[in-house]
Ligand binder design. Structure first.
Ligand SMILES: Nc1ncnc2c1ncn2[C@@H]1O[C@H](COP(=O)(O)OP(=O)(O)OP(=O)(O)O)[C@@H](O)[C@H]1O
Length: 460
């Protein structure tokens, strides 16, 4: 995979210069911030319009390898998303791949104390498993807990499940994250980023192998040995499930067949020089030329996200002033872990009719999240990872190519509520030959003194 130059993105540098010219980052946000979270553009349908190509490029900047089935696929997009929209919540639940194996899965869980569940992204592991366990009677004896690697995932999944169970969030279904506990005396299903006392724990997204997940693996192995009444279900989107199974003593692996909606892949023919610039151009191209559907762009961190949002807003303004016919409306929304929770939650709000949302995210949006309406994912192929630097004696964040599993997760965000398209700003050969199937787990590359998981789980 292309190594990014030490200088990084020219676009990010250009935006930084503008920030310095505005004296401070705060001033920059006062100026730029008003453009985010507001609809840019004027009344205009999503028909192709005559656009100044110096602003968006003809097909973005990237020369994509076209999928021959693309036109056919786009027809399907429309047909199936309308189909999905017309379904009730119960019908949507029954449409998920996990539903077809519900009884079989519950049977295996009844017969085993620990099982590994493997299924494609979007198959229903996070939202359905906990409800099936409740329906099978486990909540009569205590809480069904589901661990999540990220706060935003715990919150949004709990919200979705509370809607599916027709209960207020915080009543039967709740979540607990650091400094915030939205549960009550009636809570029977709890999504959380910390451990707690439960009768069943679903360890979700185990393939991420975060430091906390790996430590929790060790703790739960002891709990399993001590408490016969306790059940552990480990879910993973990838096939490295055998490792997890071996760790717990060759426990069964249950496969959920199929995926919800197809995703169409478009790969760059050559590696991108500046993926930030390429992503901005691609997002503008999708906005101007593609049928309705929201866009999700993956960047490595806050700096790149700010630059991307700023550049998108600037290009929208240029377009608006240079195009007489009007420009379709765009709502630009950043999301990264340091963004306050109320601003993070904005990505889930529906944009007004006729407006397209463009979410610019770190890998915070890579797993568990379903943002209804995302049909286009733009994957830059990079992420920031924490690595221990022995010379400095501390952890540092560095930019690395993502793993193949992460690329699949990113693409999966486009096929959740209808068939989608994933623009990969890297080559197909990089995906097949250079991206690692499973990257080095965090436990092997960071300082272990930072483990923050609540250990109370081990004492019960
Ligand atoms: N907030 C939501 N709005 C609309 N549909 C949703 C929402 N949350 C979940 N869904 C539907 O439920 C499906 C299953 O989501 P779920 O999170 O359970 O899948 P998963 O197998 O855990 O995937 P992943 O491993 O990617 O988290 C989604 O693909 C989507 O169709």
């Amino acid at each position: 995979m292309a190594i990014i130059s030490r200088k990084g993105s020219a676009l990010v540098r250009e935006i930084h210069k503008k920030q310095s010219a505005n004296k401070s980052r705060q001033r920059f946000w006062e100026l730029a911030g008003s453009k985010f979270g507001e609809i840019l553009g004027v009344e205009k349908t999503f028909e192709q319009i005559d656009v100044d190509t110096t602003v968006v490029g003809k097909h973005g900047e990237v020369d994509f390898k076209e999928d021959s089935k693309f036109a056919q696929h786009l027809k399907k997009v429309e047909a199936v998303s309308n189909f999905a929209k017309s379904k009730t919540i119960d019908q949507q639940r029954q449409y998920l791949p996990i539903y077809s194996v519900r009884d079989e899965l519950l049977q295996v869980i009844r017969e085993n104390q620990v099982i590994i569940v493997v299924g494609e992204t979007g198959s229903g592991k996070t939202t359905q498993l906990t409800q099936y366990l409740h329906e099978d009677g486990y909540t009569a004896n205590g809480i069904v807990g589901c661990t999540q690697p990220r706060r935003v995932a715990a919150m949004s999944v709990a919200k979705r499940v509370s809607e599916e169970m027709e209960t207020e969030l915080g009543d039967k279904v709740g979540y607990a994250i650091r400094f915030e506990d939205v549960t009550g005396p009636n809570t029977i299903i709890k999504y959380m980023t910390d451990g707690s006392t439960s009768v069943v724990i679903v360890m979700d997204e185990a393939h991420e192998r975060s430091l906390d997940t790996d430590v929790l693996f060790g703790i739960l192995k002891k709990v399993v040995a001590q408490r016969r009444d306790f059940k552990l279900i480990v879910t993973s989107a990838t096939l490295n499930a055998q490792k997890f199974s071996n760790f717990f003593g060759s426990v069964p692996i249950f496969h959920i067949p199929g995926r919800t909606f197809p995703v169409n892949f478009l790969y760059s023919k050559t590696p991108c020089e500046d993926y930030v610039e390429a992503a901005v151009k691609q997002a503008m191209t999708v906005h101007i030329t593609s049928p309705p559907g929201d866009i999700l762009i993956f960047m490595t961190g806050q700096d790149e996200i700010e630059a991307t949002c700023y550049a998108l807003a600037e290009r929208m303004e240029q377009l608006i002033s240079s195009t007489k016919e009007g420009v379709p409306k765009l709502l630009i929304l950043p999301i990264y872990s340091l963004l306050p929770t109320d601003l993070q939650a904005k990505i889930f709000q529906k944009a007004e009719d006729g407006a397209r949302k463009c979410i610019v995210a770190t890998n915070i949006a890579e797993t568990s999240l379903t943002v209804d309406g995302i049909l286009y994912v733009i994957d830059t192929g990079y992420c920031k990872m924490k690595v221990y630097n022995p010379r400095m004696g501390m952890d540092a964040l560095q930019v690395f190519p993502i793993s193949r599993a992460a690329a699949d997760q990113r693409a999966g965000r486009a096929g959740r509520t209808g068939p989608g398209t994933c623009y990969r700003l890297y080559t197909e050969s990089a995906y097949l030959n250079e991206m690692l199937q499973s990257p080095v787990p965090e436990i092997q590359r960071t300082n272990l003194s930072n483990v923050g998981f609540a250990a109370q789980i081990s004492s019960n």
